[in-house]
Design a protein around this ligand. Structure first.
Ligand code: AMP
Length: 211
């Protein structure tokens, strides 16, 4: 069973993906993480990816597809959690040529909360775990490394990313239509997580998959 996580930047897609990976054993594919890895490793795509990320723009389709396809080839599990892919209808059509999409969890959070969360979001440069600054002493709780802000979490770039979401990604709600399941993640995270768990348990029961 393959699940797409849809939502604005900062909506919490990564956090839900991590939960689904740990709890059910799904394989988490984050195209944002793959982009950042290409920059860090200075690959043939690194420079062009960085140029787009730093402006809050989408990375060209051929590059993203190449990254995605090599991950999908590599992994074998009960299914994939696609976090940050697709970002528009063209990507959705490409995805459906490679794998079936069984459900789309649309993580819903209003813009004011998104901007507040993005301005407090920090990442561990060593193990890449994501934190809200308010929940830490500025250091990674796993490895103790000093947390940093993602360059594209700068307020001006974050606002650009929200505009890209409205124009490119939001039409996917209509595109995926009956596959969409809306999760409200504007207040308590544990309530949203229980809702996701209930939904996935039901989907797995319906498809007869055991985890
Ligand atoms: P994320 O970590 O998902 O917020 O992604 C960070 C940045 O990576 C985005 O703002 C884009 O520049 C790039 N990116 C991630 N996923 C995609 C995608 N599916 N298509 C194009 N660009 C992407």
């Amino acid at each position: 069973m393959n699940i797409v996580l849809l939502g604005k930047p900062g909506a919490g897609k990564g956090m839900f993906a991590e939960f689904l990976q740990k709890h059910y054993g799904f394989t988490h594919i984050s195209t944002g993480d793959l982009c950042r890895k290409n920059i860090r490793d200075n690959t043939i795509y690194g420079k062009i990816v960085e140029e787009h990320i730093s402006k809050g723009q989408l990375v060209p389709l051929e590059i993203i597809l190449d990254m995605l396809k090599s991950e999908i080839k590599k992994e074998a599990s009960i299914g994939f959690i696609l976090d940050g892919f697709p970002r528009n209808i063209i990507q959705a059509k490409e995805l459906e040529k490679i794998v079936d999409v069984n459900a789309v969890l649309m993580i819903d959070v209003p813009d004011e909360i998104i901007l507040e969360r993005i301005s407090n979001r920090r990442i561990c440069p060593n193990c890449h775990k994501i934190y809200n600054l308010k929940d830490t002493n500025g250091k990674c709780l796993e490895c103790g490394t000093v947390l940093v802000k993602r360059a594209d979490d700068d307020l001006k770039i974050a606002k650009n990313r929200l505009q890209v979401y409205e124009k490119e990604t939001k039409p996917l709600i209509e595109y995926f239509n009956k596959k969409i399941i809306v999760i409200d993640n504007s207040s308590q995270i544990d309530v949203a997580i229980s809702k996701v768990k209930e939904i996935i348990d039901n989907l797995l029961k319906k498809t007869g998959e055991n985890v």
